[in-house]
Design a binder for this molecule. Structure first.
Ligand code: B3K
Ligand code: ZN
Length: 883
C-alpha cells in the first residue's frame, strides 16, 4: 500500500490520458511462481499532449526485467520506478513502440486480482485495476487497444489455453513439454476486459447462428468431471443471445464465445470480451446439486455477462465514476430478460425486494453515494447495490417515461454515436433525450443526488364535484456530503379503484392519463382526477415505477381491499407486505405486547391472504411470494431507529405462528396439491409449483410442533432434487431436534466432497436464527472443510451469518460484531476485496438501539486502529463517520 492508494479521487478531476495505446501484443509464459509477461505496446501521444510529457504506467506486484523504446533498451536512469508507477521521463515525440518484460507470481496472488491460480487453473481478473498486476500499462478504461495474445504453458498441467477474441494458432515447443496458443481480439477494448485462462479443463460445446447468419462456436470450460453440470448454462446463453437480438437488435460479434468456471472468484462473474470467467457457482447445475434459485441465478448472470458485450464492452466507461453506465444498464437488461423468459410480473417483486433490502439501507446509512459517485478512495468498494440495482432502476424509469419504443431508439442512437468508444452518463442520457425529444435535464439528478426520495401521498375526495385530489410531496433526505437536495423527476404510476373493485379511468384536465403514469417534478404537486363517481381506493407506485419510499395514509381496511382487488400484481403483493410489516413493526416497537401479531388484526391479514393463495389462475410463483412474510431486515428498515433485532424476530415469529394456524387448511391443501412427480425440470412452471409448495412448508413449520418437524423430515427424505432438500434442511435447522441433527449429518455425508453443495450446508447453519448462532458459526470455522482462502466458503459461512442472520449478527452482547471484525481483519491480510465486502454488514449500525450500537461502534473502532487494506480502511472509516 502506498499513500496515493488512500487518497480520494474526484470525478471533477478527470483529464484525458496523455498517451493512447492502440495495439497490445502480449507473450505470456505461465509458470506457478514465476510467470513471464512480455508486452509490446504501440503508443501515441493524445491530441493535446505537449512534447516531452512523461509517460506514466501503472503496475503493482511486478518485477521489471526490461523496458525498451523503439527496440532500444532503456538504461535505469531513463525511467523511474515508484510504488505503483513506472515513469518514462522523456518519451519520443509521435508514435513509438514500448517493450516491457515483467515477472509475477500467480501462486502467491491471494487477492485474486490480476493473474492467479485457482485450484491449479491460471486465470485473470482485471476489472477494475487488475491488469496492472500483470504488466505495466495505462490501466484506465478510456485507453482502448486491440490485443494479440500468445499464451504458453506446460502442456500436461495446462492443455487448455484461452484468451479474448478469436483463435489464431496453436503449436508445440519441441522438446520442452510446453505448448502455446495465439488469440486475436479485433475489437478495441480497455485493459479491464483482458483475460486469459490456462489449465486442465473439460469442456462442452455448442453453436449459435446469429440473426444475420454468423456462426458462433460456444464453449463452457469446467473442472474435469463436471461436464454434466453445464447444460443449463449453455441453454441460458443461447436464450440470452436470441433475446438480445429480438429485444434490442444486438448481435454477437466474434467467432467464439467462451465461458470458464473457476472455484476461487471474488464475485459472481466477469464479462471479459469473448471469454467470460465465472464463479463456478453460477455455471454448474444439476437437479440434485442446484436449487431453483441457483438455476434462476445462473440464467440471469449468464445473460448479464453476455449482455455486457454491448453495454460495457462495445461501448465502455470513460472512467470508473461512470460504472453505472454499464452496470445499471446491464442489470436492467438482465431483469427484462428474466421477466420475459421466466418470472413474468414476479420479476418486479423480486427486484423491488432486493433493492429495498440492499440498496435502501445503503442509501440511508454512512456509505450512501449517488448512482454516479463524485469521489472514491478504492473503486472496488463501489460495485454496490446503488450503482447496480438503483442504476438499473434509473434505466427502467427512462423506459417508463419514454415508452419502450423510444427507449430502444435511444439505445440504438447511443450505439450509433459511441460504438468502440468510452462514454459517460451524459452521453447515454443525451441519446435518450435526442431519440425521444424529451428534456431529461431534471432526470440527471437521479445520477448525482444520493438518498431515497420519500413521497407522501394523500387522496381527498369531493362528492360535490366528483373529483379525487391526489397530493404528492417529495423529500430527498440529507445524506453524507449532500445536505440540500433538489426535487427529482419521478414517474409515478397510480390507479384508482372503485368500491366494486373496478379500475376507474383517470382523467386530468379532460384528458385520459395513459397507463396511469404521472410525472412528479415539483416538491409538491396536486393531481385532480375528474368524473370519479364515489370515493375510490388509491393504488400508488404501481409496478414499483420509481425507487422511492411511499408514505400514504391508507387505513388497514383499504390495504385489505387492495390485497384482494388491486389489478396491479405488484401492488397487490405490496399491500400484503405492508399489512404484515405494520403489524410486526408495531409489535416490535412495543417490546412485549404481541397483540398486533397474534390478535384480531393478524387474523384479518390471514383472511385477506386467502383469496390470492387459493386463486389457481394466478401463477404459483406469485402465490409463493404472497406467502413470504417481510424479512427481519425489512422490519428493521421500517423501524429506522432503536432497532432491537430480538424483538423483531419474536414479533415476526409470532405472526408466522398465527398465520400458520389460521391458514392451516389452505396451507395443507397447497402443500398436498402442488407436489410434482416425474423428472425434475427447471422450467418456470415446475419451479413455480416447487416454490409454492416449499413456501407452504416453511410457513406450516412455524409452529415448531412435532408434526411440523416430522413433515419437514419427510420432505427432506423424500426430496428428489436440491430445491426440496435444501428447503427442508433450512426449516429443520431452525428447530432444535434430533431430526435437525439427522438431516444435517445426512446432508454432510452425502455432499462433503462437492464444494458448491457443501457451501449450502455451511450457509444453512449460519442463517439459522438461534441464541447460540455466534458459537455455532465460530465452531464451524474450525471444521476441516472450512477455509478462509476460498471466497465462496467464506461467503457461505461468515457472509450468510453477517448478512442473513440479523438476530445472530446483532446479538445484544456484541459477540456477533466482534466475530465479524476478527474474521474480516484476518481475511484483509490476504484478500481485501472479500474483507471489505463482509464489513459492509455494519452499514446500518446507527439504526440499532443504544446497547447494540455501542458494541458495533467498539468493534469498528478496534478495526480502525489496526493495519488495514485501503479497501477495508475506506469502509471502516466511512461507516464510523470519521472519513
Ligand atoms: N463487471 C464485473 C464486476 C467486477 C467487480 C470488480 N470488483 C461483473 C459484472 O458486474 O458483470
Ligand atoms: Zn455487470
Amino acid at each position: 500500500m502506498n499513500d496515493e492508494s488512500r487518497s480520494t479521487k474526484f470525478l471533477e478531476d478527470y483529464a484525458p490520458p496523455d498517451y493512447l495505446i492502440k495495439q497490445v501484443s502480449l507473450d505470456v509464459r505461465l509458470a506457478p511462481k514465476d510467470a513471464r509477461i512480455a508486452s509490446t505496446l504501440s503508443i501515441e501521444p493524445n491530441a493535446d499532449t505537449a512534447a516531452g510529457t512523461p509517460l506514466v504506467l501503472d503496475g503493482e506486484a511486478l518485477t521489471l526485467e526490461r523496458v525498451a523504446v523503439n527496440g532500444q533498451d532503456l538504461e535505469p536512469g531513463r525511467y523511474t520506478l515508484a510504488p505503483g508507477k513506472l515513469t518514462i521521463a522523456n518519451p519520443p515525440m509521435g508514435a513509438f513502440t514500448l517493450d516491457i518484460v515483467t515477472r509475477c507470481d500467480p501462486e502467491a496472488n491471494t487477492e485474486l486480482q490480476g493473474l492467479y491460480l485457482s485450484s491449479g487453473v491460471y486465470c485473470t481478473q482485471c476489472e477494475p485495476e487488475g491488469f496492472r498486476r500483470i504488466t505495466y500499462f495505462v490501466d484506465r478504461p478510456d485507453v482502448l487497444a486491440t490485443y494479440t495474445v500468445r499464451v504458453e504453458a506446460d502442456r500436461e498441467s495446462a492443455p487448455v489455453l484461452l484468451s479474448n477474441g478469436n483463435p489464431v494458432e496453436t503449436g508445440e515447443i519441441d522438446g520442452t513439454g510446453r505448448h502455446y496458443a495465439v488469440w486475436h481480439d479485433p475489437h478495441p477494448k480497455p485493459s479491464y476486459l483482458f483475460a486469459l485462462v490456462g489449465g486442465n479443463l473439460a469442456s462442452v460445446h455448442d453453436s449459435f447462428t446469429t440473426a444475420s447468419g454468423r456462426e458462433v462456436a460456444l464453449g463452457i470450460y469446467v473442472e474435469p468431471g463436471k461436464e454434466d453440470r453445464c447444460d443449463w448454462a449453455m441453454e441460458s446463453l443461447k436464450r440470452a443471445m436470441r433475446w438480445d437480438e429480438e429485444r434490442f437488435g444486438l448481435e454477437y460479434d466474434l467467432d467464439v464465445f467462451n465461458i470458464v468456471a473457476v472455484s476461487d472468484f471474488n464475485m459472481g462473474a466477469m464479462e471479459n470480451k469473448g471469454l467470460n470467467i465465472f464463479n463456478d457457482k453460477l455455471v454448474l447445475a444439476r437437479p440434485d446439486t442446484a436449487s431453483d434459485a441457483d438455476y434462476t441465478a445462473i440464467e440471469s448472470v449468464i445473460a448479464h455477462e453476455y449482455f455486457h458485450n454491448w453495454t460495457g464492452n462495445r461501448v465502455t466507461c470513460r472512467d470508473w465514476f461512470q460504472l453505472c453506465l454499464k452496470e445499471g444498464l446491464t442489470v436492467f437488461r438482465d431483469q427484462e430478460f428474466t421477466g420475459d423468459v421466466r418470472m413474468g410480473p414476479v420479476e418486479r417483486i423480486l427486484t423491488a425486494r432486493l433493492l429495498k433490502a440492499r440498496q435502501f439501507p445503503e442509501d440511508a446509512g454512512p456509505l450512501s453515494h449517488p448512482v454516479r459517485p463524485a469521489s472514491y478512495i478504492e473503486i472496488n468498494n463501489f460495485y454496490t447495490a446503488t450503482v447496480y440495482e438503483k442504476g438499473a432502476e434509473l434505466c427502467r424509469m427512462l423506459q417508463t417515461l419514454l415508452g419502450q419504443d423510444a427507449f430502444r431508439q435511444g439505445i440504438a442512437l447511443y450505439f450509433e454515436r459511441h460504438d468502440g468508444e468510452a462514454a459517460t452518463v451524459e452521453d447515454f442520457v443525451s441519446a435518450m433525450a435526442d431519440a425521444s425529444g424529451r428534456d431529461l435535464a431534471q432526470f440527471m439528478r437521479w445520477y448525482t443526488q444520493s438518498g431515497t426520495p420519500e413521497l407522501a401521498c394523500s387522496l381527498d375526495y369531493d362528492a360535490h364535484t366528483k373529483t379525487a385530489k391526489l397530493t404528492v410531496s417529495q423529500v430527498v433526505p440529507p445524506t453524507p456530503g449532500q445536505i440540500r437536495k433538489e426535487p427529482m423527476h419521478i414517474p409515478l404510476k397510480v390507479g384508482l379503484i372503485g368500491a366494486n373493485g373496478d379500475e376507474l379511468p383517470l382523467k386530468l384536465n379532460g384528458e385520459l392519463v395513459q397507463d396511469g403514469l404521472l410525472e412528479v417534478t415539483e416538491r409538491e404537486q396536486v393531481f385532480e382526477f375528474e368524473d370519479i363517481p364515489a370515493p375510490p381506493t388509491p393504488s400508488i407506485l404501481r409496478d414499483f415505477s420509481a425507487p422511492v419510499r411511499i408514505t400514504s395514509s391508507l387505513k388497514p381496511k383499504q390495504i385489505e381491499f387492495l390485497m384482494i382487488h388491486d389489478s396491479d400484481p405488484f401492488n397487490r403483493w405490496q399491500a400484503a407486505q405492508t399489512y404484515a410489516t405494520n403489524l410486526i413493526a408495531s409489535a416490535a416497537r412495543n417490546g412485549l405486547d404481541l397483540e398486533p401479531v397474534s390478535g384480531t388484526q393478524a387474523g384479518r391479514l390471514a383472511q385477506a391472504l386467502e383469496p390470492t393463495l387459493r386463486d389457481e389462475t394466478l401463477a404459483p410463483t406469485y402465490r409463493a411470494e404472497t406467502l413470504k412474510l417481510p424479512s427481519e431486515s425489512d422490519i428493521a428498515r421500517e423501524l429506522g431507529r432503536d432497532v432491537d433485532t430480538d424483538a423483531i424476530l419474536m414479533a415476526r415469529d409470532t405472526l408466522r405462528t398465527t398465520l400458520s394456524t389460521a391458514l392451516a387448511a389452505t396451507l395443507t391443501e397447497i402443500y398436498e396439491g402442488s407436489a410434482t412427480d416425474g423428472a425434475f425440470s427447471p422450467d418456470p412452471d415446475s419451479a413455480g409449483r416447487r416454490a409454492l409448495r416449499n413456501a407452504a412448508l416453511d410457513l406450516m413449520s412455524a409452529t415448531g410442533t412435532p408434526e411440523a418437524v416430522e413433515r419437514a423430515l419427510r420432505h427432506y427424505r423424500g426430496a428428489t432434487n436440491m430445491t426440496d432438500a435444501i428447503m427442508a434442511l433450512s426449516v429443520l435447522s431452525q428447530i432444535p431436534s434430533p431430526a435437525r441433527d439427522e438431516a444435517l449429518e445426512h446432508f454432510y455425508a452425502r455432499w462433503q466432497d462437492d464444494p458448491l453443495v457443501l457451501d449450502k450446508w455451511f450457509a444453512v447453519q449460519a442463517r439459522a436464527a438461534r441464541p447460540d448462532s455466534v458459537e455455532t458459526v465460530q465452531a464451524l470455522l474450525g471444521h476441516p472443510k472450512f477455509s478462509l482462502k476460498n471466497p465462496n466458503r467464506v461467503r457461505a459461512l461468515i457472509g450468510s451469518f453477517a448478512m442473513a442472520n440479523p438476530s445472530g449478527f446483532n446479538r445484544a452482547d456484541g459477540a456477533g460484531f466482534r466475530f465479524l471484525a476478527d474474521q474480516a481483519l484476518e481475511i484483509d491480510g490476504f484478500n481485501p476485496h472479500v474483507s471489505a465486502r463482509l464489513l459492509g454488514a455494519f452499514e446500518s449500525w446507527k439504526t440499532l438501539e443504544s446497547g447494540r450500537q455501542a458494541h458495533a461502534k467498539a468493534a469498528l473502532e478496534t478495526l480502525a486502529g489496526q493495519k488495514l487494506s485501503t479497501d477495508a480502511y475506506e469502509i471502516v472509516t466511512k461507516t464510523l463517520g470519521s472519513a
